[in-house]
Design a protein around this ligand. Structure first.
Ligand SMILES: [Zn+2]
Length: 174
């Protein structure tokens, strides 16, 4: 998920030694695939989570899910300015409240949609070291986490768009 209206498409990581991640953009089929849970917490997962955080910031995003960089694993990262979060195998165990707000997505550049989501969630999962974590989250961060977990199931913001006559999706464009 991204906050700014202008999306940078730069694909350069700050550490040139690492393999650069590549942003997957709709309708790339990888965005529709279901991710597999992480079962081994090794150096590769740790480095990938770090790279995703760097990549997200370079693209002015506030959230990123692994399939957006072509990796079908249950990993999401987020940072709305209150500290970075990396969640592996995240599951929402409780949710309440609802609010409709505009959302954007790095993988659907130039599109935006108003989406109703829960305002309060409890999410559990693991950190990159494999330590179990449980967080109660509200507001914008709760929205970002719900958006990123959607990506792990192949769900995109355009799926929330009202159906058009004839079955097509209506996507608002800038
Ligand atoms: Zn997204």
């Amino acid at each position: 998920m991204n906050a700014s209206k202008k999306n940078s498409r730069k694909l350069i990581l700050s550490d040139p030694v690492k393999r650069p991640l590549c942003l997957r953009v709709y309708p790339d089929p990888v965005l529709r695939k279901k991710c597999a849970p992480v079962t081994t917490y090794d150096r590769m997962i740790h480095d990938l989570a770090n790279d995703m955080l760097i990549f997200m910031r370079e693209h002015k995003g506030i959230g990123l899910a692994a399939p957006q960089v072509g990796i079908l694993k249950e990993i999401i990262v987020a940072d709305i300015g209150l500290g970075q979060i990396c969640l592996i195998n995240p599951k929402i165990t409780h949710h309440s409240g609802s609010e409709k707000l505009e959302e954007r997505c790095l993988s659907l550049p130039e599109y935006f949609l108003e989406i109703r989501r829960n305002t309060h969630i409890t999410v559990s999962g693991f950190d990159p070291e494999g330590k179990k974590v449980k967080m109660e989250i509200q507001g914008l961060l709760a929205r970002v986490i719900q958006h990123e977990i959607d990506h792990l199931h192949g769900t995109l913001i355009c799926d929330y768009a009202p159906l058009r006559k004839g079955g097509g999706i209506e996507v608002l464009k800038n």
